[in-house]
Design a protein around this ligand. Structure first.
Ligand code: PLP
Length: 449
């Protein structure tokens, strides 16, 4: 690799960064991360900070997980790539598909379709949902319903079900036949309802209304994150997803749980669906599947859908969909090692215990700093929503958000800013001391404004 001077000088010039304005990145280049160890990362200037972002919600096992590194190295030595398309397969992909079905058996998952990441997994679920209805002779069922504020990646299908204008406007027109209902977000919702149980009912009723308006027999699937992540960690009341499941069942609509963030223990449960005992028809997973060590994702398929495809006698059953890297053997070897470590360390239990501590820290910060309008958390996914005025809930501006995160960085903790929210998703191996340190750095950041 070229030297540090070259990297510093060239930073943000030849590269366009996702989710950023190219000119803004040139003017204010991003931090260049050079090293990771445990839950810490070191930037090009030699600053070592606690990574309260966990890479991008994905590095659940931290940066020093030797079993994953070894599995990757061993698999590279044995077979760096072979295709999983019709006609060939590889050992690690067979084994990981088997393990995932076993691991997510409580959610009713019986088959695995591998992808290269979360957006691919969502795209796969949307496409297979439409295909399911073609096989069943109901070709009119093509529409999708989703939650406002939901995030489902950036392919055209995923962007279409996305519920945030920032990820939609510049790319419209998107997929036709996609509709959104309000998310059960107590801090901001069109019903001015702050009680989570009542709000869950109102949002479920909004789903019923939309289905009635569209015609239930035109809807292929409803998609939701069990806990909304990128939208600012919106935690629906545990009664919401079971109501959604019941409504979907009554109208025979498929339910896609987007578990790209919530899979593998981040909420304190092994999946977000498991938090409320819901069995979706598809689960989309990625991110922590390899703890971020290799790009990989999967769409898991429930028995009802699998049975229809596997019993198909029509011309619609063959899957005309897949990725060159579906079932990449190195990714799957990384996935097997990550899953084994995740189970061995019972990361869900640590996420739940540290999550309780983090929640107390955040409530303390809200009590202390008027700029904190709302705090939201579930396990080790959390957000602080900053406002310039608590009464009007006016979002804090960009400059304030940057000030807080820079001050926290100087205090030794990397945060992520998304709109007027600070998002926290540290590795699930964090200790109680790490949580305290995150709180101190947040306090230092918030004290600056
Ligand atoms: N779905 C959810 C819930 C996500 O949070 C993300 C990414 O953050 C995606 C899908 C897209 O995943 P990827 O960025 O791996 O394509």
């Amino acid at each position: 690799m070229r030297d540090i001077n070259f990297l510093t000088e060239t930073n943000a010039k030849p590269i366009w960064h996702p989710m950023a304005h190219p000119a803004e990145m040139r003017a204010n280049p991003p931090k260049v991360i050079m090293k990771g160890e445990g839950v810490m990362v070191t930037d090009i200037a030699g600053n070592t900070v606690l990574d309260a972002v966990g890479g991008l919600w994905n590095v659940n096992l931290g940066y020093s997980c030797d079993p994953i590194k070894k599995a990757i190295a061993d698999q590279l030595g044995a077979l760096p790539y072979y295709s999983g398309f019709r006609g060939t397969s590889t050992g690690p992909s067979i084994e990981l598909a088997y393990e995932l079905c076993e691991w997510f058996e409580p959610e009713g998952m019986v088959r695995t379709f591998f992808t290269s990441g979360g957006s691919d997994s969502v795209e796969t679920a949307l496409r297979l949902a439409r295909q399911y209805w073609k096989i069943r002779g109901q070709a009119d069922r093509t529409k999708f319903i989703a939650l406002k504020k939901g995030y489902h990646g950036t392919h055209f299908g995923g962007a279409s079900v996305n519920g945030n204008a920032n990820f939609r406007r510049n790319y419209e027109p998107l997929l036709p036949g996609v509709f959104h209902i309000p998310a059960p977000w107590t801090f901001r919702n069109p019903f001015d309802e702050t009680d989570p149980v009542r709000l869950a009912k109102l949002c479920a009723r909004a789903l019923e209304d939309e289905i009635a308006f569209q015609g239930g027999d035109t809807i292929a699937a409803f998609i939701m994150e069990p806990v909304l992540g990128a939208g600012g960690v919106i935690v629906p009341h545990e009664s919401f997803m079971p109501q959604v499941r019941e409504i979907c069942d009554r109208h025979e609509i498929l339910l896609i749980a987007d578990e790209v963030v919530t899979g593998f223990g981040r909420t304190g449960a092994w999946s977000g669906s498991r938090l409320s005992g819901v069995k979706p028809d598809f689960m989309t997973i990625a991110k922590a599947i390899t703890s971020g060590y290799f790009p990989l994702g999967a769409t898991l398929i429930g028995a009802k859908v699998a049975d229809v495809f596997e019993a198909d006698k029509t011309s619609f059953g063959a899957i005309g969909h897949g990725y060159t890297y579906s079932g990449h053997p190195v990714g799957c070897a990384a996935g097997l090692a990550a899953l084994a470590e995740t189970k061995r360390l019972r990361l869900n239990e640590n996420a739940a215990a540290r999550g309780v501590e983090l929640a107390a820290v955040l409530e303390g910060l809200k009590a202390k700093h008027a700029i904190v309008g709302d705090v939201r958390y579930k396990g080790l996914m959390a957000a602080l929503e900053l406002v310039s005025d608590r009464a009007t809930k006016k979002p804090a501006d960009k400059k304030t958000m940057a000030l807080v995160s820079e001050a926290a960085y100087e205090a030794g903790v990397m945060l992520r800013v998304s709109g007027n929210a600070i998002i926290l998703s540290p590795p699930l191996i964090v200790s109680a001391a790490d949580v305290a340190r995150i709180g101190e750095a947040l306090d230092a950041g918030l004290s600056k404004v």
